[in-house]
Every structure is written in structure tokens, then in C-alpha cells.
Design a protein around this ligand. Structure first.
Ligand SMILES: [Zn+2]
Length: 349
């Protein structure tokens, strides 16, 4: 794939790098990278990949932009509160670099959607904030043999490990016994923004090594960063023969991925559709307008006030984020009643 005169000038300060050259820049242009989650980690990695000229970026996230995101999620602006993150991110990245292609995917990552997320990608970069979707991505990456740069960051701590299917330890080899239950979240312990840029930059470094055909530094290694004491330590990890994901007698993902997930932050519940759906959002808005005040109408999702203190964001994919509600049963009732309101013609399967 050739580089235009504009691209040669745009990337000149990295083409001159010893490890890059014009050949490396071409490889970046040909690369297809998926950023799973465009929150704190994904904001930084997406901006770097886009600016550096990675040719195809798939952005996956089911969330909307909220006020509590803005201190750390540098892709977003105050004026985009309530919009689907992938929609805003795609436009921002395209404005930074019009030479690249961006695919926004406003869906929930779980056991049933993970293969669709991974399929056709050269590598997956972690921007997730829970373990359940990471396990689903890990399984899909093992099956489709796609490298996965795992990362997590919270408070002032971060982790990174690069997983090469069939070659290195996978996520379940070194994390398999942990689950989301009882783990701290960004809401309970907070996130210091610098840890996100550091960890995401390390992910980008690993990803670029893979794209350039170099040995990644964190294959079979687990990096632990603590920017309180400014220590960066790596631990060896090894494949476990009894690993339920990549071991000799692998078992299906033991966690039954629920359709309903509680998100980090303020009584938020995400419900995925029973079957994959593509909503006609204009038709949907027409129906909802009769009953509710629509606050945001984006291309890939809309947000409206459902009742006092409860807001609903409905994505084109049929995923629904209900905020201001703590009970899953009640969220499900709202989901079913709203989906029941929509005429068949707004549901394009
Ligand atoms: Zn494993």
C-alpha cells in the first residue's frame, strides 16, 4: 500500500525512526486494530493509533459520554454528553487523521458478541474496565488466533501483558480465578488520569511492535506499574496446561455471560438485545418523542429522560443503558416496555 505525499510529510518524524522507516509506516497503514472499550485507556490508545496512521481502527463500546468521564477520557468534550462514545470518538479521530478508516461498533462485548468484535482484526487492544468482557475477548482471540494486548488500570496502578494465542500464557492462565464480584471499580477507588496514559502508551508500544513484526516486550510477562512509588516490575507468566481456555482439555467459558450487566458508575445497567438488532433511530425517535424528552439524538444512539432521575440511552445495536436504577429486574421491565413501544419497521434485523 503506497503512501501519499501528504502522508509522507505527516509521518516524517516517525518514519525517520530506526525501527519504522517507510516500510514500517506502510505496515501501520495496512494494519487493522480493534480497540475494545474507548474509555480511559482507549482514549489514549485510539488517539495515538489514529495520529500515527494505523489504517483501520475498529472502536467498540456500548457506553455514552458522561460528566464523570471527562477528567480522564481525553477523546470527549462537554458538548457531547449523552452521545455514544464510539460515535464521538470516530468523528474526533477522523478529524485528526482523515487518511484512516474507522469502524464504530456500539455493542456490548460478551460471550456472544466477542467473535464478531475480533473477526478480521490483526490485534485487539484492551480498553475494558471489567473482567467478564476481557475473558470473552481472550476466548475469541484464542479461537481466531488474534493477538490480544491485555491491560487494566485503576487508582494509581496498572497492568499490561501481551497474549499471543497458542504461544504465550492467555488471560485465563494468569487471571482465570478472578471475577468482577468484589473487585474495586473506578467509582469506589477512583482513577488517577496519568496511570491511564502510561498504561495505554505501553499497550500502543506493544501493538506497534506486533504490527512491525518485532518481538513484543510483554509476551509471557505481566507488567505491574505503581506510580505512587514509581515502580515498574515485570513478572514471568507461563501457560498452564490445565487452563480452561487454552489448556489441553479446554472448557467453555464457565461464567455464563449475562445479557444484563451492571456498569461502573452510578446505578447503571446495560441490557443487550436477545437477538442482534439494528434499529432505525429516526423512526425510533419519532415513536419515543410522543412519550419522552429526547436529550441527545446521535447517529448511533439516542438518550432520553425516562422518568425523574432515570435516563435511557438506546444504541442502534439495540443495547440499552439505563441510568439511575439499581435493580436488574426493574431495568429489564423498562427495556421490555420500551422495545414493545417500537414498531416493527424501526427494527431492521
Ligand atoms: Zn490459558
Amino acid at each position: 500500500m503506497g503512501l501519499s505525499k501528504e502522508e509522507l510529510e505527516r509521518y516524517s518524524r516517525q518514519i525517520v525512526l530506526k525501527e519504522m522507516g517507510i516500510d514500517g509506516q506502510r505496515r501501520l497503514k495496512e494494519a487493522r486494530v480493534c480497540i475494545a472499550g474507548v474509555g480511559g485507556l482507549g482514549s489514549t490508545s485510539a488517539l495515538q493509533f489514529a495520529a500515527m496512521g494505523v489504517g483501520y481502527l475498529r472502536l467498540v463500546d456500548h457506553d455514552i459520554v458522561e460528566l464523570t468521564n471527562l477528567h480522564r477520557q481525553t477523546l470527549y468534550e462537554t458538548r457531547f454528553l449523552g452521545y455514544p462514545k464510539v460515535e464521538v470518538a470516530a468523528e474526533r479521530l477522523k478529524a485528526i487523521n482523515p487518511n484512516i478508516e474507522i469502524e464504530p461498533m456500539p455493542i456490548t462485548i460478551n460471550a456472544s458478541s466477542a467473535e464478531k468484535v475480533v473477526d478480521g482484526m490483526d490485534l485487539i487492544v484492551d480498553g475494558l474496565d471489567r473482567l467478564a468482557p476481557r475473558y470473552a475477548i481472550n476466548r475469541a482471540c484464542l479461537k481466531l488466533k488474534v493477538p490480544y494486548v491485555f491491560a487494566a488500570a485503576l487508582e494509581i496502578y496498572g497492568n499490561v501483558s501481551t497474549i499471543l494465542p497458542g504461544k504465550t500464557a492467555c488471560l485465563e492462565c494468569f487471571m482465570g480465578r478472578l471475577s468482577d464480584e468484589g473487585l474495586p471499580t473506578c467509582e469506589t477507588v477512583g482513577v488517577f488520569p496519568p496511570i491511564l496514559s502510561i498504561v495505554a502508551s505501553i499497550e500502543v508500544r506493544e501493538a506497534v511492535s506486533l504490527i512491525l513484526g518485532r518481538e513484543p516486550s510483554l509476551a509471557n510477562k505481566f507488567l505491574f506499574c505503581d506510580i505512587g512509588s514509581m515502580s515498574f516490575e515485570t513478572f514471568q507468566v507461563t501457560r498452564v496446561s490445565t487452563c480452561p481456555a487454552c489448556g489441553e482439555s479446554s472448557k467453555p467459558l464457565s461464567l455464563e455471560e449475562p445479557r444484563i450487566a451492571e456498569l461502573c458508575g452510578g446505578n447503571s445497567i446495560m441490557i443487550s438485545p436477545r437477538i442482534p438488532t439494528s434499529l432505525d433511530l429516526e423512526e425510533t425517535a419519532k415513536v419515543l418523542e410522543g412519550n419522552f424528552r429526547i436529550r441527545v439524538q446521535g447517529r448511533l444512539g439516542l438518550t432520553f429522560d425516562y422518568s425523574e432521575g432515570v435516563s435511557v440511552s438506546l444504541m442502534k445495536s439495540g443495547s440499552m443503558l439505563i441510568k439511575g436504577i439499581g435493580k436488574k429486574e426493574e431495568a429489564l421491565r423498562i427495556y421490555d416496555s420500551l422495545m414493545g413501544l417500537l414498531p416493527l419497521k424501526s427494527k431492521v434485523h
